[in-house]
Unconditional design. Structure first.
Length: 362
């Protein structure tokens, strides 16, 4: 009897243990389902609710949420250009907002400040309410007669013209249509216009600073594929070999001209390693070999000019270089707090794509 009771007790304990394990499994499964449900809700919040209201950028005292960047990004992609692909639109728009803030904050230290009247005039032109014509050219008759003998091509002076009157209601209606199309409010649009005017004034300023002439040098280049070939080349040059002849015979730089000719350029437009290699060289002297990725280059200074008229695009490239240098300094001078996450970037890109599809009737 005692053994029977022990057996029955053991089986009861086993059943209790099995029941306890089953309850634990049920509880665990329920917890997993609850966690999964919470994850789904959080995911929906992150992807559907949070991104539009997520802070992604502050520049000085201007704060931008993801939806602000998406709205501006759609305008950039559709109207302003400058975005290489839709996958870059969020990043490109954030960079543009930072640059524009730098223009508005720093440019007036260098160029004429943009006024409310300037912004209004720019809007008149954009809305085609006025036609911006070249300024009238006026030459004083007395001065023209006086200068005719000494300077047959006397410089005319420009007579400023006032902004024509525009009907206020016509302006208001046209601006309303523009803002509706742009899907931006007026304050935002005027900030865009202000930054654009500063950019234009800065570009004009640096073009003026660069001028039409300056120091230039004419270069030649020989490119070879190995260090051994470069060493052999330098030995030949040290022995009196002709640089142009070696360039025609050995150079692998297919885009160079005859004799390795690279043409005239300004020193500042050369890569830093090239500038360092030719620093201090006079006309007719060549550099040591420098690494150019998987190749090695040797440069020769063919000619040097202290003041030569810029040909081709040299002046424009120099002006662009000065502009970029100024912009880098201007951005460093403003306060930028950026926290654009990958999820927010993807959300902005998706929103811009949807906006562009809707605009195009797709």
């Amino acid at each position: 009897m005692a053994n029977d009771r022990k057996q029955r007790g053991g089986r009861a304990a086993e059943r209790d243990h099995a029941d306890q394990q089953a309850r634990l499994i049920y509880i665990g499964s329920g917890a997993v389902l609850v966690i999964a449900a919470i994850a789904v809700v959080v995911g929906l919040f992150v992807t559907r609710y949070q991104p539009p209201r997520a802070h992604v950028l502050t520049v000085d005292d201007q704060s931008y949420q993801a939806r602000d960047v998406a709205a501006r990004g759609a305008h950039v992609a559709f109207f302003e250009g400058g975005i290489s692909s839709l996958s870059d639109v969020a990043r490109g728009t954030v960079d543009r907002l930072i640059e524009e803030a730098a223009f508005r904050s720093q440019a007036a230290q260098l160029v004429e400040p943009v006024t409310e009247e300037d912004i209004e005039h720019a809007l008149f032109v954009e809305l085609e309410l006025i036609v911006e014509e070249p300024p009238a050219i006026v030459i004083d008759d007395a001065e023209a007669d006086e200068d005719a003998e000494a300077t047959p091509t006397a410089e005319p002076t420009a007579e400023p013209t006032a902004t024509p009157a525009v009907d206020p209601q016509e302006f208001a209606d046209a601006l309303t249509d523009l803002l509706r199309t742009a899907e931006l409010d007026r304050d935002t649009y005027e900030l865009i216009v202000e930054a654009r005017l500063y950019r234009e004034r800065l570009q004009d300023h640096f073009e003026s600073v660069v001028g039409e002439s300056g120091p230039e040098l004419s270069l030649q280049r020989i490119r070879v594929s190995t260090q051994l070939a470069a060493d052999t080349l330098l030995e030949a040059l040290a022995g009196g070999a002709d640089f142009a002849t070696l360039a025609d015979e050995q150079s692998e730089a297919a885009d160079d001209g005859e004799g390795g000719d690279l043409g005239w350029t300004a020193l500042d437009l050369l890569d830093e390693d090239v500038r360092a290699a030719i620093d201090g060289l006079g006309a007719g002297e060549h550099s040591a070999a420098i690494s150019a990725g998987i190749s090695f280059d040797v440069y020769r200074v063919a000619e040097v000019a202290e003041d030569r008229e810029y040909g081709g695009v040299v002046a424009a490239q120099l002006a662009a270089l000065r502009f970029d240098e100024w912009l880098e300094t201007a951005i460093a001078a403003i306060e930028v707090a950026e926290d654009l996450s990958g999820a927010e970037e993807a959300w902005i890109n998706d929103r811009v794509l949807a906006s562009l599809t809707a605009r195009q009737g797709g």
